[in-house]
Ligand binder design. Structure first.
Ligand SMILES: [Mg+2]
Length: 392
């Protein structure tokens, strides 16, 4: 069996362009689906996949580790940048889909079989909608509480929210009190039986990240995410040592190497590799093995499209340290039209059971995808009150 081509199918899903990767083989009816979605870099990723394709044409798609090594190490440049890492990830996910189909089993059975009966999903209160990311209005606390209640009524037992406002490198009490008020309102609304996560999108400076983490500690967050730039792992480690709240990070890291450093520094309690960026399922499994040695939990970042979710779930069913799956379901109403998924979500509690279809169990409807062609993502630019540049 040989790889005969690699296609990319772009599907504009409002906030982001999903990049579906289709690896074709010379076996009739046998192909694999992957996903390589990278917001604001769609054309670069498509180009990177085109650059990698000649390395793989004619190769056996079931030699996944061998092909991964080729993709990461050949043509001189290593695949540890975000664009190349995402391109490799999309292809790697598709190769595992092929491998499962060749053997007629779901991917998690290739990796030792299911280690759990169900996986819990968590919701994002933004639901994938930019207009739901609030910033500074004190009245937001009430809205946060309403959204939190709605998530619970929707069956979720856990949700993530962006209750930490954007701040300059140093600000006084106002943003701290704002975040406290929003989280307190959510906790009061849903009680202690529901898990709340707060994501900072790595916007705060290390010091502001620490101040936010300490202020929110009494509310018993399930985790506090990306409290400062991932480039400053020492600072994330300082924050983790300062609070009992589990710190989560890792969605922007590519390859095992930065994760090794993160774990060695005991910088977090939850690592969040994005399977569509970190090097695919092959590299995610290596990262999981390292995390296992540190007893650190895994919760892969997963705000993208349906193939990314299928990959995360298959990975989760075979990975002991996996604790929860990020679920985006309100981004576009036609999400279910472009893909046939192999799992069903249990409405009460929002959990899923292992699928039985081979590979990732997904099939993309290419005709439906064509209805939503590439559109440039809206430029998201952020500036502080004094006009200097902030982080989106
Ligand atoms: Mg995040």
């Amino acid at each position: 069996m040989k790889i005969t081509g690699i296609e990319t199918h772009i599907c504009n899903a409002r906030m982001r362009n999903w990049i579906f990767v289709k690896v074709l083989t010379d076996e009739p009816g046998l192909w694999g689906w992957g996903e390589a979605t990278l917001e604001w870099h769609t054309r670069a990723v498509v180009g990177a996949i085109q650059d990698i394709e000649p390395l793989l044409i004619g190769e056996d798609p079931t030699r996944i580790e061998y092909l991964w090594q080729i993709m990461y190490r050949q043509h001189f440049w290593h695949g540890n940048g975000i664009v190349r890492g995402t391109a490799i990830s999309g292809i790697d996910i598709a190769l595992w889909d092929i491998m499962g189909k060749v053997h007629g089993v779901p991917c998690h059975k290739l990796w030792g079989g299911p280690v759990r009966d169900t996986i819990r999903l968590y919701s994002h209160l933004g639901g994938g909608k930019m207009e739901d990311f609030y910033q500074t209005d004190p009245a937001d606390a009430k809205r946060f509480a309403e959204l939190a209640q709605a998530a619970v009524e929707d069956g979720y037992t856990a949700f993530k929210t962006m209750a930490v406002p954007e701040t300059m490198p140093l600000e006084g009490l106002r943003p701290i009190r704002y975040a406290e008020a929003c989280v307190a309102a959510m906790r009061e609304a849903v009680g202690e039986g529901i898990d709340i996560m707060v994501d900072c999108h790595a916007r705060p400076s290390p010091r502001m990240g620490l101040l936010f983490a300490e202020a929110l500690e009494p509310y018993g967050l399930f985790w506090f995410e990306e409290p400062c730039w991932p480039e400053t792992l020492e600072d994330i480690a300082l924050i983790q040592r300062a609070v009992k709240t589990p710190i989560a990070t890792g969605e922007r890291l590519v390859s095992i190497h930065p994760f090794r450093e993160l774990l060695e520094k005991r910088a977090c309690s939850v690592i969040q590799p994005d399977i569509t960026h970190c090097g695919g399922l092959t590299e995610a499994r290596r990262i999981a093995a390292m995390a296992e040695a540190y007893r650190v939990s895994m919760a892969p970042h997963n705000p993208q499209g349906p193939v990314s979710t299928a990959a995360s779930l298959e990975f989760g069913f075979a990975t002991p340290s996996y604790i929860i799956c990020e679920s985006v379901h309100l981004d576009v109403p036609w999400r279910g039209d472009v893909v046939t998924e192999c799992f069903e979500v249990e409405p009460l509690g929002r959990t899923v059971c292992p699928g039985t279809r081979p590979g990732l169990g997904v099939e993309i409807n290419e005709e439906e995808v064509k209805k939503y062609p590439f559109q440039q993502e809206l430029p998201q630019r952020s500036f502080y009150a004094d006009g200097s540049v902030g982080d989106w």
